[in-house]
Design a protein around this ligand. Structure first.
Ligand code: TXA
Ligand code: MG
Length: 373
């Protein structure tokens, strides 16, 4: 796998252009290139080349009924891949493109089944990351790109995440540093009478309805049980999940911290008994405590991380900085995988705007395992 570094600031440099051209050529020839977007890293292939798009599924280990998002760099290019462009799509593109919004529209015959997962619709997005935009142009205009993680893992927010998941399976990785947003784009379905959000993201329901009127939310996103099938095929899979089982604790901050600490004490004793079997108290054995507490993780905030005397506490950021929480979430989930943590207690982050997207991903990572205090 070729790895090249690029920065959005100096794409005009000859060296940068060379790299973009090389990546574009790989895509034109049907190869796979991972690249940064403002949301998460994408794994790109020529969206209009069925064989190329197919390679994405095997590189990621992704189920083939899960359609890909087509990334464009110029609004005029949308015509080739859709049957019609509804007014709502024009209005939303005007307001939010380039940016973290994906629209579902009726597809044209130009979009192969491998890209659309056999559906008669297609997901389209114009990213705002300049590296992504230049790459799309250099590749012929249409890049199919899911998040560049192994299927089931959290989406990559840094090039290192991509390398650790996909090295040896793709042709090239463009390292553009850490992404800005950290959660995947909002997906809105415009093929129905009333637009529906299929995946929450940085562009909120409120922001959408302010410009196109009523926007619904896919019921499956709200209901925790799996009896309602989500309309975005990818949303039905358990993902973003670290190896350890996560339990989310919801309630006011003080009681959450207290509850988690009590649970940890119980769990530590339980784990000690399994190992030791003598019925002794783990808190009388500092050596054992020191080892065993590394098996318990806590996903928390800057404000609370020092309130947990036992366990491995990792902060995702400050409560009042939702951008920071969104940007750090996946990296923190990935970090837990590098430790000996077996179970994770997580605080909840119902922040004003991004909270819906943050909690959607966290709940999925936890397999909807939560306790409401
Ligand atoms: O922010 C993003 O959207 C990132 C970056 C790379 O652009 N991409 C991304 O792609 O998150 P992916 O493949 O990981 O997620 C795409 C989601 C999946 O849940 C898929 O099922 C859904 O979009 N999707 C794609 N085409 C669809 C369609 N025609 N109808 C309904 N859902 C669709
Ligand atoms: Mg994904």
């Amino acid at each position: 796998m070729i790895i090249d570094k690029l920065s959005e600031e100096n794409l005009d440099k000859q060296q940068s252009r060379k790299i973009i051209k090389k990546a574009g050529d790989i895509l034109k020839k049907g190869g796979l290139v991972a690249f940064p977007t403002e949301t998460v890293y994408g794994l790109g292939a020529d969206a209009l080349n069925p064989e190329a798009a197919k390679k994405i599924y095997s590189a990621k280990g992704r189920p083939s009924d899960n359609p890909l998002i087509v990334h464009i760099a110029d609004f005029a290019d949308i015509k080739k891949i859709v049957e019609e462009v509804p007014d709502s799509a024009r209005i939303l593109a005007d307001k939010f493109w380039p940016g973290p919004l994906t629209m579902i529209l009726k597809k044209s015959a130009a979009v192969p089944d491998t890209t659309s997962g056999g559906l008669n619709t297609v997901a389209i997005r114009m990213p705002s990351n300049k590296i992504a935009l230049e790459l799309i142009k250099a590749s012929g205009g249409y890049i199919a790109a899911p998040s560049a993680n192994t299927s089931g893992k959290p989406s990559p927010t840094m090039a290192e995440h991509v390398a650790s998941d996909l090295d040896g399976r793709i042709d090239m990785l463009i390292d553009g540093g850490e992404v800005g947003i950290g959660l995947e784009s909002t997906i809105v379905d415009l093929t129905v009478d009333r637009p529906v959000i299929l995946r929450p993201g940085a562009i909120t329901q409120r922001m959408l309805s302010d410009v196109i009127g009523e926007v619904l939310i896919d019921e499956a996103l709200i209901k925790a049980d799996s009896t309602v099938r989500p309309k975005a095929p990818g949303m039905k899979y358990k993902h973003y999940a670290p190896k350890a089982q996560i339990t989310i604790i919801e309630g006011n901050k003080e009681s959450v911290v207290k509850y988690i600490n009590e649970e940890i004490s119980k769990k530590l004793q339980e784990m000690y008994e399994q190992e030791d079997g003598s019925g002794k108290n783990i808190f009388d054995n500092p050596l054992a405590l020191d080892i065993i507490e590394g098996r318990i993780g806590i996903l928390c905030s800057e404000e609370t991380k020092n309130l947990y005397p036992y366990g491995y506490a990792k902060s995702v950021g400050h409560y009042n900085n939702e951008e920071e929480i969104a940007r750090n979430l996946y990296a923190v989930l990935r970090d837990f995988d590098k430790t000996s943590v077996e179970i994770i207690y997580s605080e909840s982050f119902y922040t004003p705007n991004m909270g819906h997207a943050i909690m959607n991903r966290l709940l999925k990572a936890a397999g909807h395992h939560r306790i409401q205090l």
